[in-house]
Design a protein around this ligand. Structure first.
Ligand code: HQG
Length: 188
C-alpha cells in the first residue's frame, strides 16, 4: 500500500472520527466508536473507497497510534483529539509526571501568556511527555516553541489529568502561571 494512500486515509479517518462524522452520515457513540461497515458504506457514498485491509493498515501504521479497533474487530475510534460534541470519552485519570510539554507556534505566545492554554475546538489541551513530539506538534502552525508545563504541581492543586490510549496527556486548561517558555535550544 502506498504511503500517500495511507496518509490520505488517515486524514480522512481523523476528520470523520474526530470532527465531522455527520459529513458521511456516521454515528459515533459516547466513547467515539463507529461501526466499520457503516464507515465503509458512508465513505463510499462520498466517493471514497475504503476496505477493511486499508483501514487496518492505517491503524497499524499510524505513528501516533491515533486509532483503535475494538476487540471484536467491528468498530473503530480515534483515541483522542475530538471536537465533535457527540463524543465524551471517559479517559482514565492519572497523576502526571513532574513536567509535560506543549508545542505551539510563536505567533500564539502572546495570547497564551494572557489566557493560558485553552482547548479551543478540541475537548482538551494536548500535552506530551517528549520535547521532540512537542516540537513536531508546534511546527504544524508555524515557527515552533515548546512550553514546559508544571503538570505535577497543577495536579497537586486539583487539576485533573488524563492519558489517552496512545500516551497523549490531556487536561482541560493550563493557566499561564504553570507554563514556562523553553530556552532557545528548543527553538528550531
Ligand atoms: C494553541 C495532533 C492562542 C495551541 C497533535 C495550538 C496533538 C492557543 C492551537 C493534537 C491558546 C490548537 C492536538 C491561547 C492554545 N491563545 N492559541 N490561549 N491556547 N493555543 O491542533 O495541541 O497528529 O487544536 O498551542 O499531535 O496543536 O492530529 O491542538 O497550537 O496531539 O493526531 O491553539 O493534534 O495530533 O491547535 O494538537 P490544535 P494541538 P494528530
Amino acid at each position: 500500500m502506498i504511503i500517500k494512500q495511507l496518509n490520505e486515509t488517515s486524514k480522512f479517518l481523523s476528520y470523520v472520527l474526530r470532527h465531522e462524522p455527520q459529513a458521511i452520515g456516521l454515528q459515533l457513540d459516547n466513547e467515539g466508536w463507529a461501526n466499520i461497515e457503516s464507515l465503509i458504506t458512508g465513505a463510499a457514498k462520498d466517493g471514497r473507497i475504503l476496505d477493511i485491509a486499508l483501514i487496518q493498515a492505517v491503524v497499524s501504521s499510524s505513528d501516533k497510534k491515533r486509532f483503535s479497533i475494538s476487540d471484536d474487530g467491528l468498530r473503530i475510534r480515534a483515541v483522542q483529539g475530538h471536537s465533535t460534541t457527540n463524543v465524551s470519552i471517559q479517559h482514565i485519570e492519572k497523576e502526571p509526571p513532574e513536567f509535560l510539554y506543549h508545542g505551539t507556534a510563536t505567533r500564539f505566545l502572546e495570547s497564551i501568556r494572557q489566557q493560558g492554554l485553552i482547548a479551543g475546538s478540541r475537548h482538551h489541551v494536548h500535552l506530551s511527555q517528549e520535547i521532540k513530539t512537542a516540537i513536531a506538534v508546534g511546527q504544524r502552525y508555524g515557527k515552533p516553541v515548546v512550553l514546559k508545563i508544571e503538570a505535577l504541581r497543577m495536579h497537586q492543586q486539583g487539576f485533573k489529568f488524563f492519558q489517552a490510549e496512545n500516551g497523549v496527556w490531556l487536561t482541560a486548561r493550563v493557566p499561564s502561571n504553570f507554563t514556562s517558555e523553553s530556552n532557545n535550544q528548543l527553538l528550531i
